[in-house]
Design a protein around this ligand. Sequence first.
Ligand SMILES: Cc1ncc(COP(=O)(O)O)c(C=O)c1O
Length: 372
Amino acid sequence: MSLIDARTASAEIDWAAHRHNLTEIAALVDPAIVMAVVKADGYGHGLVAAAASARAAGVPWIGVAVAGEALTLRAAGDTGPLMCWLYGPEEDFTALVAAGVDLSISSMGELRRISAAAATLDITARVHLKIDSGLSRNGCPATDWAALCTAAAADPGLEVIGVWTHLAAAEHPDHPSVRAQLVAFERAHAVARSHGLTPIRHVANSAAALILPQARYEMVRVGIAGYGVDPDEDVAAQAGIELRPVMTLRASLIAVKTIPAGQGVSYGHTWAPEQDTTIALVPLGYADGLMRAAGNRSSVTVNGRQVPIVGRVCMDQCVVDLGPGSTDRVGDEAIVFGSGGRPVNEFAADCGTIGYEMVTRIGPRVQRIVRP
Ligand SMILES: Cc1ncc(COP(=O)(O)O)c(C=O)c1O
């Protein structure tokens, strides 16, 4: 439920832009195919809608992190290839296997539990073996890999669809970890093949899909770039593709007033104007995803110009300095990021974070306005 009137503040979601981005990326990586990653509520854009948009763009695979996301998509009617990769210690795999969700396996424990779920249901579970090639996050250590392949190959309840891994620094192709991880991955793939497995390979996130052709293999897993956010500073430009922002965060100015020079603004009076000026109240605060760190550090776009966020950002609101003699009025729009404003990565950088964090942290009070 959204509690802020959409005319007051909203996150507008442009699904045509999402389809455009995914279509561009699919053409770039061809003949590799795309898995659109829609975890974390479609990176804050809406889980079910993001998956539907990806399918409409012709993307064959959908990827999510947790079981609830996969089952929500199945309940919403998504029947296509769908992969899930992060589990709790008590995860009940039965529902996932029954729903035909492809499951990642990083350990013998996961393999046994998924195999048991398949046996209970008397069906085959579709699985992707994950090697930890050097991210040191999820994935099977190289030392245990051969045993995992042996067990997977011998288990009639498991169909090994893929072998996969995740990169630590794909946005920096010269980073030494990239080469080391690809070498480790290819070694793991060779071991899998030596066990008679013939899996597809998938390694690349957005950055790798865009600028690391040798990591594309048969499939790439694209999250952030689909939402029109550059994975890093100029990755999209290097790839020669145009990404369109899918999310635009905006709010109306709900109060405009003049304050005298020296008048402190917001909690703690961390800012005061040097001359008489006009300030405006923007009804978005840190509870809505407008980072507290933005205070005295970032800006929003009002009537085509950048105006600074002054003083501390509060839970529900923040203040911007429109400047002396401003003619902006109540009801005019402040664009935090997106179409008509700055790229989300610029706003995020001001706040010491990244676009990924901004778009996934827009609070539930902010209504998503959907443009199909
Ligand atoms: C395993 C895995 N693959 C792919 C992605 C997509 O990454 P990106 O949003 O950078 O494209 C993620 C996102 O964090 C991930 O965790």
